[in-house]
Write a protein that binds this ligand. Structure first.
Ligand code: HH2
Length: 286
C-alpha cells in the first residue's frame, strides 16, 4: 500500500506481544489520548485537521502523560450526522500525521472501522487497532488484526439506541460475538481489550448504566477500556456543550476505574492524569 511504503517505520519498535502486558503492568490506569484528524468530530472537529496542529496536539498529550495516542481520521459521531469518509480520504488525512506521531515514542492506536486503513496505519508504525464495531463491520478486519498480531479494542455498538432493551445484556451478547469472530480469525486472547462503547447506540441513561455496571464485564476476564470523554450523556445530567464537560468526564472516568477499567480514553490528558493520580493516592492513603 502506497501509504505504508511512504511511512518510515522504526526498527526498534517494542514488540506488540509485550505492549499490552507492559501497559497493564504499570499498576495504575492507562491513559489513552484522543487525536481526531477530522473536520467533524463531535467535540473537537476541525481543530486538528491541519497536520501541524495535530502533531502539536499529540506532542502536548505525551508531555501531559498520555500512555497511548488514539488517532482517528473518520468521526464516529454516534449521534447520527457523521459524514462517511471514503478510504482514500481517511488515508490522506493520516498520511502527514502518523509518522510524526509514531516518532513521539508512545504506542499509537488506529481508530478505524476499515481493515485497509488499519493495515496501512499498522505498516506505518501504529501498534493497536481500535474498532468501534468490534470486528463486526469490515469482514476483513479480524484477519488484518490476526496477521499483524497486535492488540485490538473491541467496542460495543448499535445502529440505534433502544430504551427498552437491557443494555448490559446487549453489550455482553455483542462482545461475545466479537470474541467469537476474533477466535475464529486466530487473534490471541491476550491481545484483546473490551469497551462498552459509551454513547454508541445507547440512550444517555444506558451510558450511565454501562459505566455504573462496568464491573459486570469483568466476567470476560479481559482488560476494559472506557471512553466517556465529553460525551452527550454528561449533558443529559447537567447541560453543557462538549467543550465544557470536563468535570463530568472526570467523574465518569473515576467511576469507570472504580468499576475495573484499565484504560481511559480522553481528550483532556493533563486533567485526567491529575484526577487519576489523586484518586489513587487517596486509595493508598486509607
Ligand atoms: N469514542 C469515540 C471514538 N472512538 N473508541 C473507543 N474504543 N471507545 C470510545 O468510547 C470511542 C472510540 C468518540 O469520540 P471522539 O473520537 O472524540 O469523536 P468522533 O468519533 O466524533 O471523532
Amino acid at each position: 500500500m502506497t501509504l505504508a511504503r511512504r511511512f518510515d517505520v522504526g526498527s526498534d519498535r517494542e514488540t506488540t506481544t509485550n505492549l499490552l502486558a507492559r501497559l497493564l503492568a504499570l499498576g495504575r490506569p492507562v491513559v489513552m489520548g484522543v487525536l481526531n484528524v477530522t473536520p467533524d468530530s463531535f467535540s473537537d472537529g476541525g481543530r486538528f485537521l491541519d497536520p501541524a496542529a495535530a502533531i502539536e496536539q499529540a506532542r502536548r498529550m505525551v508531555a501531559e502523560g498520555a500512555d497511548i495516542l488514539d488517532v482517528g481520521a473518520e468521526s464516529t459521531r454516534p449521534y447520527g450526522d457523521a459524514v462517511a469518509v471514503p478510504l482514500s480520504e481517511e488515508i490522506r488525512r493520516l498520511e502527514p500525521v502518523l509518522p510524526a506521531v509514531v516518532a513521539l515514542g508512545v504506542p499509537v492506536s488506529i481508530d478505524t472501522i476499515k481493515a485497509k486503513v488499519a493495515a496501512a496505519a499498522l505498516a506505518a508504525g501504529a501498534t493497536i487497532v481500535n474498532d468501534v464495531w468490534g470486528l463486526q463491520r469490515d469482514p476483513d478486519m479480524a484477519r488484518v488484526v490476526a496477521e499483524h498480531a497486535v492488540p485490538v479494542v473491541l467496542m460495543h455498538n448499535r445502529e440505534a439506541a433502544d430504551p427498552a432493551i437491557d443494555i448490559m445484556a446487549d453489550i455482553t451478547a455483542f462482545l461475545s460475538r466479537s470474541l467469537d469472530i476474533a477466535a475464529r480469525a486466530g487473534i490471541a486472547r491476550e491481545r484483546i481489550l473490551l469497551d462498552p462503547g459509551i454513547g454508541f447506540g445507547k440512550t444517555p441513561e444506558q451510558s450511565l448504566t454501562a459505566i455504573g455496571r462496568l464491573g459486570e464485564l469483568k466476567s470476560f476476564g479481559l482488560p476494559l477500556l472506557v471512553g466517556a470523554s465529553r460525551k452527550r450523556f454528561i449533558a443529559k445530567v447537567t447541560p453543557a456543550p462538549p467543550d465544557q464537560r470536563l468535570g463530568g468526564s472526570i467523574a465518569a472516568h473515576l467511576a469507570a476505574v472504580a468499576g475495573g477499567a484499565a484504560i481511559i480514553r480522553t481528550h483532556d490528558v493533563a486533567e485526567t492524569v491529575q484526577a487519576l493520580r489523586v484518586a489513587a493516592a487517596i486509595r493508598s492513603a486509607r
